[in-house]
Design a binder for this molecule. Structure first.
Ligand SMILES: [Zn+2]
Length: 386
């Protein structure tokens, strides 16, 4: 493990969560070995523990802790910042100036040779410069939603959305390499007014380190809208990479008890049924009688709707005011923490607004899906698409 490095492209400590989820889904018990200075190994372990060790109980009624990480994450902490690690076939030379890995006497990795020769800061500035003074495209009195990804941590671009209303440009769960996504929609970073974080699974927060790095370099605080609990976890995850985390962000606290009046509109959240004790949020945005609803990661089933009639995560009524609903869906496996599409079909029968699916890699044909880089516009309580 290398010392932590952050840039406007991201960081080198994000990415292992879905490598490990992949192992868990394939019931692969062979461990990965994490070798490095003990502080770095410990940080990654603690971070992964927050998500990997939580799951549903058998009846899917509760989130429980399950110690899975211990088996598949084998920590090999070393005391000094420079060391040699030698097994039969692998040799690692780890020093202040370089790290080299040999496999069967062949050099397969050298840190110094893999370092980029250009400054990422300069590349990013150049990339976004043409859009710095470009006016943001916004249709007055509307809510506009642009999906930048509709996948998950395994496939495609992870699910993330730009929501615009009044003078707000809210980025929900910013994706990896976020500035490439902005370039594609010709939006400058400084036009984003807020970030909404729905939960701390890695495919929903992987863009944050690049954004925090920009905030640090350009001396600009970002607004993060989420609950206190999720914000505390973000602090725990990112303050190792950004010791100034609390100075780089303004936390805008939101609770499910009452809608948050926010710049002439309202934001409301609910607690979903998903596998995290720190919570997973669904989001509704209301502005000038228009309403957009985003399910967030959640397990919905008709059986649970009947069993728990007062729980908003299972209530079709939560979508009553919406003119457009984006709902996550799983098409292949009934036994996940996501909504199986046959259940979602039943939900659609009870919800007036059209439901478009996301958070999957396929299958566009089983249910209508959101389209990446299209903009959905709700104006005068009607839905348009551009
Ligand atoms: Zn999730």
């Amino acid at each position: 493990m290398l010392p932590p490095i952050t840039s406007e492209a991201g960081d080198n400590y994000t990415g292992d969560e879905f490598v490990l989820w992949n192992k868990i889904y394939h019931q692969d018990q062979t461990p990965y070995y994490y070798i490095g200075f003990k502080q770095y190994v410990k940080y990654l372990y603690q971070r992964l523990k927050l998500t990997i060790n939580q799951t549903f109980n058998e009846e899917k009624t509760r989130v429980i802790r399950k110690n899975r990480l211990k088996k598949i994450f084998r920590a090999i902490p070393v005391k000094f910042e420079s060391f040699h690690y030698i097994t039969d076939h692998v040799k690692i030379y780890y020093g202040i100036s370089n790290i080299q890995i040999y496999y069967k006497e062949n050099l397969i990795y050298s840190w110094r040779e893999n370092c980029p020769s250009v400054s990422i800061n300069v590349v990013i500035k150049k990339m976004l410069n043409p859009f710095e003074n470009r006016k943001t495209r916004y249709i007055a009195d509307s809510i506009m939603v642009t999906p930048l990804g509709r996948g998950n941590g395994f496939n495609g671009r992870s699910s993330n959305f730009i929501i615009q209303y009044a003078n707000r440009v809210i980025w929900v769960d910013p994706m990896a390499e976020p500035l490439l996504a902005l370039k594609r929609i010709k939006l400058h970073w400084n036009k984003i007014t807020d970030y909404f974080i729905s939960h701390i699974h890695e495919d929903h927060i992987e863009g944050l380190s690049a954004i925090l790095k920009l905030a640090l370099l350009r001396n600009h605080r970002i607004n993060i809208i989420t609950t206190q609990k999720i914000f505390n976890k973000l602090n725990q995850i990112f303050s190792f990479l950004f010791p100034d985390f609390l100075h780089l962000v303004n936390h805008i606290n939101i609770t499910p008890e009452s809608p948050l009046p926010y710049h002439q509109g309202y934001l409301s959240i609910r607690f979903n049924h998903h596998v995290l004790k720190s919570g997973t949020l669904g989001l509704k945005v209301k502005y000038k009688n228009n309403c957009f609803a985003l399910s967030g990661d959640t397990y919905y089933s008709e059986e649970f709707e009947k069993k728990y009639p007062d729980h908003p995560a299972f209530s079709p009524d939560w979508y009553r005011e919406a003119h457009l609903v984006f709902h996550e869906a799983e098409f292949f496996n009934k036994h996940t923490s996501h909504t199986f599409y046959t259940e979602l079909k039943k939900l659609q029968e009870k919800v007036k607004a059209p439901i478009l699916t996301y958070h999957n890699s396929a299958n566009r044909f089983l249910l209508p899906a959101v389209k990446e880089y299209k903009t959905y516009i709700i104006k005068k309580e009607k839905l348009y698409c551009s």
